[in-house]
Design a protein around this ligand. Sequence first.
Ligand SMILES: [Zn+2]
Length: 208
Amino acid sequence: MFAGHVGAALIVKRAAPGVGLGKLVAGALLLDTLLGVFVLAGLESVKVPDDFAALHFLRFDFPVSHGFLAAVSWSLIALAIVRKKWGNEAGNAVGLAVFSHWPLDAIEHEPELPLALGSPMVGLSLWHILPLAIALEAVIVAGGLVAYWPVGRGRRPLVAIAAGAIVLLTATQLFATGSPSLRVEAVSWIVTAPLLGLLFGWLDQERR
Ligand SMILES: [Zn+2]
């Protein structure tokens, strides 16, 4: 999942209007940044399935970034760090945004998300009906924009355009046939959270 995480950040912003949207977007994508780091470090792995041209998705072995207990731990670590730097409201909201990643991924991935190390795997496999998965992400983003609109104090139309562009980018997965370079993928996962965090942080900034 990609766009849906941005949608979740928009929803969290409604509950914590005083917290910058950039922090929430970066938080909601944090587990994928960690995935990229751990893949490059050899701690986790990604495979291109033989039938990638038909499936359009990768297979993951990622218990450290995407296990349930791991996700809870990363959320608490983010909560503690952000609380210390920006206060309790920001810490709680970012912690929630980080955790929101896990249930959303669990809907789309095959059963490959462990609850704890060595536990049974969770995953509802919505990626097997990819158009439905993309539609779900579009709905989450649309709901996120509706939730965000009354509390947004920055360039709201540009926030909507950026979020819409991310939905379109996610939808290109429907046409992915060539097997991607996993190194390039890993680097793209690493940079996505900070870059989108900066973009949405800037767009959400209050204007005088
Ligand atoms: Zn993920």
